[in-house]
Design a protein around this ligand. Structure first.
Ligand code: HEC
Ligand code: HEC
Length: 137
């Protein structure tokens, strides 16, 4: 499912990638421009434009900015100083495990499309809801 999550990011980043045909030289640009250096859950060879597209999806899924999980310095995305980043790593792993569990109950996702994503629970909020709205059936 790592793959599924990455490909979902890749789809979201088609445009970003289109703009990044010529990779900037290492050290160029506000984020360094080189390959990611501190991936512990996502595949280590995830290209930066794909990764950043996935990050935008995480941010939108939780309704937060990058600095919710990163230190507030665009040049320091590899830093693990913000403890929310490790929470997010566990969430990524949990989400991959949930998709594997769906496989095992006979409800597999399409190869490139995880059924459970951050948005499935978070719906644009940091704290997922735990009960249906009052006044339902
Ligand atoms: C919900 C938490 C969260 C949000 C929001 C988030 N990130 Fe991340 N980011 C992570 C995690 C977790 C990792 C490390 C993943 C791993 O270890 O496999 C990471 C890694 C990265 C990396 C790779 C750094 C390196 O060199 O290893 C970059 C670049 C990055 N994020 C950019 C961004 C940008 C830009 C945004 C805002 C659009 C953003 N992130 C928003 C959690 C987040
Ligand atoms: C199965 C439901 C579920 C899924 C899927 C899920 N989360 Fe969560 N997440 C939670 C719950 C529940 C909490 C705890 C909220 C609380 O009590 O504050 C949480 C908390 C977090 C937090 C800490 C928020 C804070 O600031 O306190 C981060 C960061 C986070 N999730 C990131 C992610 C990311 C990134 C993904 C997708 C890779 C993801 N989550 C997928 C249920 C989920």
């Amino acid at each position: 499912m790592v793959c599924g999550l990455v490909v979902a990011g890749a789809r979201a980043s088609a445009q970003v990638q289109g703009q990044a045909q010529q990779p900037p030289p290492p050290g160029a640009g506000r984020q360094g421009g080189g390959p990611p250096t501190n991936l512990k859950v996502l595949p280590k060879d995830t290209p930066r434009p794909v990764l950043v597209a996935m990050m935008r999806v995480y941010a939108a899924s939780l309704g937060v900015e990058c600095k919710h999980c990163h230190v507030d310095d665009m040049a320091q995305r590899a830093s693990d100083e913000n403890p929310k980043k490790d929470v997010a790593r566990k969430m990524i792993q949990m989400t991959m495990d949930l998709n594997k569990t769906l496989d095992s109950v006979g409800m597999p996702a399409e190869p490139d499309a995880p059924k459970v994503t951050c948005y499935t629970c978070h719906r644009g909020a940091i704290k997922p809801l735990t009960s249906a709205p009052a006044g339902g059936q």
